[in-house]
Design a protein around this ligand. Structure first.
Ligand SMILES: Cc1ncc(COP(=O)(O)O)c(C=O)c1O
Length: 354
């Protein structure tokens, strides 16, 4: 942890992201025992197992282990690509806001569409889809983010996903799901994973967020799609060799770490309720559906940054995001006491500021 935080790491309450989660003892043990091979030659058996297990859980034909969610989405866009062509995504999506620079790599145009709770609105999609033979920039891909990071971990449920998919499919346009936190969506809805992958042609899921694996994401889709994706991953320099050491942790994540996400969701609601009791204007009207809490502490970006600094001085790490907003993410290292301590720090700072 950098020297800007006055407390030692063990005492810090790190709510910046669920990506800070450390591997479990079971993961470290599995990493030591994993059978390994060369994943660029005849394959790494543990990576292959992770790809097969993932694909089976999501009812897709094949999977591909990639370094990160960003790489999974980039490889997906490239594997679906047509140039000229347009990727349609909701305005506040991670793909548009944090990965947009990839447009330069993909040769595709990325177009922003309005949505509700992070899901592109059907009307906007219907108006935007253009697959006319003469279209100057035909629609090539629709991207869906589930759960939606910037909207506060909102969940898109199968009926809404089915409607969006039907609209795109009717025009022959594939759908990709950025499912960095799709496990959270499944737990929040109480549904098996595959029901959230039914209405999408491809999906990326991250093992290194709430599931606590140290590194890695899995891209899934049809056998042909993954064959193309494997080649593209190689071109991007993403072929890892004895990557089974990482995939082994991913297998433990898939097997043992999904159900406990419900604890993260419960603690996010506890944070929300505590903050709402302090100042209802801080909070979204609805409780968080998963593990992300948004807090509007002021009117300007400077307000958010000031709160971020002051909270850090009291050992609570959060991230300012957008004008006057903070983002708090619960995860395996945030227990009930950490929630209570966070609320105490917010209350103390609020009193000083009033
Ligand atoms: C919705 C979403 N998609 C993609 C990513 C990128 O994942 P990675 O950091 O593994 O590249 C993130 C990261 O937080 C995310 O929240």
């Amino acid at each position: 942890m950098s020297s800007m935080h006055p407390l030692p790491p063990a005492q810090l309450i790190d709510l910046r992201s669920d990506t800070v989660t450390q591997p479990t003892a079971a993961m470290l043990e599995a990493m030591c025992r994993a059978p390994l091979g060369d994943d660029g030659l005849d394959g790494d058996p543990t990576v292959r197992q992770l790809e097969e297990v993932s694909a089976a859980r999501f009812h897709k034909a094949a999977g591909l282990f990639v370094v990160s969610g960003t790489m999974g989405n980039l490889v997906a866009v490239l594997a679906h690509a047509r140039v000229p062509g347009e990727v349609l995504a909701e305005a506040s999506s991670h793909l548009l806001n944090s990965e947009r620079a990839a447009a330069g790599l993909t040769g595709m145009h990325y177009r922003s569409l309005p949505g509700t709770a992070g899901l592109i609105s059907l009307d906007a999609l219907a108006a935007a889809l253009d697959t006319d033979a003469g279209a100057r920039c035909p629609s090539a891909l629709v991207s869906v983010e589930n759960t939606h990071n910037a909207q506060g971990g909102t969940v898109a449920a199968p009926p809404a996903l089915a409607a969006l998919y039907a609209l795109a499919a009717a025009q022959g346009v594939p759908v990709h799901t950025d499912g960095a936190r799709l496990f959270n969506a499944a737990v929040a809805l109480g549904l098996p994973l595959h029901q959230l992958a039914e209405h999408t042609d491809s999906l990326t899921v991250c093992l290194s967020k709430g599931l606590s694996a140290p590194v890695g994401s899995v891209l899934m889709g049809s056998a042909d799609f993954i064959k193309r994706a494997r080649n593209i991953r190689r071109m991007l320099g993403g072929t890892m060799r004895q990557a089974g050491v990482l995939a082994a942790a991913g297998l433990v994540a898939l097997e043992h770490m999904i159900d406990r996400l419900a604890d993260d969701h419960r603690r996010a609601r506890a944070l929300y309720r505590g903050l709402q009791a302090m100042d209802a204007a801080w909070c979204d009207p609805a409780e968080p559906q998963t593990n992300i809490v948004r807090v509007r502490v002021g009117a300007s970006a400077a307000d958010g940054q000031l709160w971020e600094q002051q909270l850090a001085q009291h050992g609570v790490l959060v991230r300012a995001s957008g004008a006057g907003s903070l983002r708090l993410v619960t995860h395996r290292h945030i227990d009930d006491e950490a929630v209570a301590a966070t609320l105490r720090v917010f209350e103390a700072l609020r009193r000083i500021q009033h």
